[in-house]
Design a protein around this ligand. Structure first.
Ligand code: MG
Length: 367
């Protein structure tokens, strides 16, 4: 089997409402969809949701990277994923979301060729995955209202965005905990918004609200600071922006900076490397979460498959397709049942139909 052609599409997906986190507010997600065509008639689909803040990528850099790598992939066997990922890495360093789109499409082809849903092919550890739903930063009272709505929709875990101002952050979490009661899991994400001193102080104060873990309390490159927070925090510390690759995971773990790691396909460069990070962390007894950026149900479905497949992906924050108003996937993809994500039973990623209007025509075709 060989790769015959590759198409790249530029898509804009609106959120239901502006989504605010410590460093920024987002109203729409600008993604790049990739279709990989094979000479066997099988087509794989993948998606990049680039983040300038996290991986220094934009839709334009993704298209630019595809210009460089796609011509080399024509004629290669799409099932040789490790070989293709290595080829991409040799042509262009970094740029993980661009590579993730290709990696995802290759995995889709793998599943379709094997006639199996990916989660079974990649390990099949569980049938469904418990996800949280994320509450963007608002006034404490509004966030408590959002929390109640989410719990009424069936969500059993809330990811609360904080990191603007420790005093208000305390109020946010206090009001939310009071509003939802003690049965709902609450995890918080500061997106690098606190100093080490602020983080330690506020985490000690927040302990009483039974917080599962805190994500990225301090600056991504401050691994020493992260270790200091972890040493003094009563709440387990998870790295997100600090860990993109298996090497980053080793670095953070050996620095004793993390209790947990948040893996995202858009940081790791795809499913292959995400699984490697999960394995590295598992060897060090560090449980992982799988999270997302601004993916539609294409990228989310890939993450749900991987989470279901992999033992050490113990937590999931796979909700972006729910937060987006524009639904790129019309048929198929991971389902949501209360707080559970269920991987599609169809072959590969299980994406059956895209919204052609949102997709538009290809921006680039490589053959
Ligand atoms: Mg995060």
């Amino acid at each position: 089997m060989g790769i015959q052609s590759i198409e790249a599409y530029s898509v804009v997906l609106r959120y239901h409402e502006p989504f605010r986190i410590a460093p920024s507010t987002t109203v729409e997600s600008h993604n790049v969809v990739v279709k990989v065509f094979t000479d066997f008639g099988i087509v794989g689909v993948g998606e990049a949701s680039p983040s300038e803040r996290v991986t220094n990528e934009t839709p334009n850099t993704v298209l630019g990277v595809l210009d460089k790598i796609a011509p080399h992939l024509i004629g290669m066997c799409p099932l040789r994923i490790e070989q293709i990922v290595d080829t991409m890495d040799q042509i262009v360093p970094e740029n993980p979301s661009a590579k993730a789109a290709v990696d995802m499409a290759l995995h889709d082809i793998l599943g379709k060729t094997a006639r199996k849903p990916l989660f079974k092919l990649l390990g099949g550890f569980r049938e469904q995955v418990l996800t949280d739903i994320t509450l963007g930063i608002k006034e404490p009272k509004e966030m408590a209202e959002d929390a109640v709505k989410a719990v009424r929709r069936g969500f059993e875990a809330l990811k609360v965005k904080v990191g603007l101002n420790p005093k208000e952050d305390f109020e946010r979490v206090r009001k939310i905990r009071e509003a939802v009661g003690s049965d709902v899991a609450i995890r918080i994400d500061a997106n690098q918004g606190w100093t080490v001193r602020q983080a330690v102080k506020v985490l000690k104060e927040l302990e009483r609200f039974n917080i599962e873990f805190v994500e990225q309390p301090v600056s991504a490159d401050d691994i020493k600071g992260l270790a200091k927070v972890r040493k003094n925090s009563p709440i387990p510390v998870m790295a997100d922006e600090s860990v993109h690759s298996p090497s980053d995971a080793i670095h953070a773990i050996t620095a004793e900076a993390v209790d947990l790691i948040n893996i995202k396909l858009m940081k790791s460069g795809g499913m292959l490397n995400a699984k490697k990070i999960a394995a590295v962390a598992e060897a060090a007894h560090v449980p992982c979460m799988i999270g997302c950026m601004g993916e539609s149900s294409i990228g989310i479905s890939a993450a749900v498959h991987l989470a279901a497949a992999t033992k050490n992906l113990c937590y999931a924050d796979l909700d972006c397709d729910i937060l987006l108003k524009d639904k790129l996937v019309r048929k198929g993809g991971a389902q949501l049942k209360n707080s559970k994500r269920i991987p599609p039973k169809e072959d590969g990623l299980g994406i059956l139909q895209l919204d052609e209007k949102l997709l538009g025509s290809p921006k680039k075709t490589y053959r």
